[in-house]
Design a protein around this ligand. Sequence first.
Ligand SMILES: *[C@@H]1O[C@H](CO)[C@@H](O)[C@H](O)[C@H]1NC(C)=O
Ligand SMILES: *[C@@H]1O[C@H](CO)[C@@H](O)[C@H](O)[C@H]1NC(C)=O
Length: 389
Amino acid sequence: MLTFKRALVAAAFFLAVFYLTTRSHTTPGSALLQDAATAAAASTGAVAAGSASQAAGSVGGASSSSSGSAAQQQGVKGQLGDVGGQKTLHVPDLSKMTLYDKLAYQYPYDVDKKFPAYIWQTWKYTPANGEFTFREQEATWTEQHPGFIHEVITDAVALKLLRLLYAAVPEVLEAYDALPLPVLKADFFRYLILLARGGIYSDIDTYAIRSALEWIPDSVPREAIGLVIGIEADPDRPDWHDWYSRRIQFCQWTIQSKPGHPILRQIVTHITNETLRMKRAGQLTGFHDKNVVEFTGPAVWTDIVFGYFNDDRFFDMADSTGLIDWRNFTGMDSPKRVGDVIVLPITSFSPGVEQMGAKDYDDPMAFVKHDFEGTWKPESERHIGETQE
Ligand SMILES: *[C@@H]1O[C@H](CO)[C@@H](O)[C@H](O)[C@H]1NC(C)=O
Ligand SMILES: *[C@@H]1O[C@H](CO)[C@@H](O)[C@H](O)[C@H]1NC(C)=O
């Protein structure tokens, strides 16, 4: 027997599916929107088993049902109580949770899962469009990652996808809408998609030199790692601050993660909080390009990564011999593991820059090649070059 609540939930789910299927003839990226329908349904409390196609594969084998929405369905199923033989839904009251906890509930982190076989990129146009000028770069990702699902997402699709993935966390959507520059939205999108779905995000002007299957050293078990990051800058010179905001800067043009990683949860919480605070204070209208690095870019990304490394919720500080900071990563030429994070040396994501100890593109540790105009240009100028519009 359908209870009223379940009927409502079912109705919401079928509406979501109807909306998606009617759009799928015209909208690029519809397959991933279909997948997101599961998440949307799950977030309203529906158990959508077998209804929407699961588009996720996994690195190294098993190719189905490894996406965040599967985990989420499990989470929702786990909430089903059995009262007098009839199942009832106990969806927690999200409105009483902090943003951080809501995100943890929506997208739980499970380090044992495989890295999802997704590649996410964003651009104004999809590769099918004649105006798309990154065919060569984009093709390297497909070539190096057979069997992966590779999506180049336009602004319009990004908006629809986020509305589905974050339907239950409206403050995130409000913040995304409020961001005043395309480059801010593009930064925020990468954290949001990786938090919800995991996989690889890489900027569209990036070549894959080696498959992500080779990024984590063989000696490290894949089920112990949830995030792979690289070093953007390690400027060992007195005037480093003229060029970079942080003495060690982690890059965010390429990131690999499992869904729900706490660093992603933290940065989404932080950006949402800051954006809404500035919106309420009327400070978003005069936003300057030069603040992008601190607001959504590599400076805030670096701070949040270091915050995680020194967070006693995740690391046993009793055994710690001191704060983890830039000193632990300067001059590295092989990968370093901190908890469930792999930090790759500068050569991996910034080969060929001919400075800061980075080796060339043919080095075995060179994994991606990122095109940006002039590395020693101040960050603000580089970021203008990367701005989508
Ligand atoms: C959000 O911002 C407020 C101030 O605007 C601050 O007090 C609070 O700690 C922030 N929360 C998080 C989770 O960053
Ligand atoms: C980081 O470096 C500090 C010294 O700067 C050292 O005491 C600490 O053990 C290092 N931690 C790790 C995890 O390498």
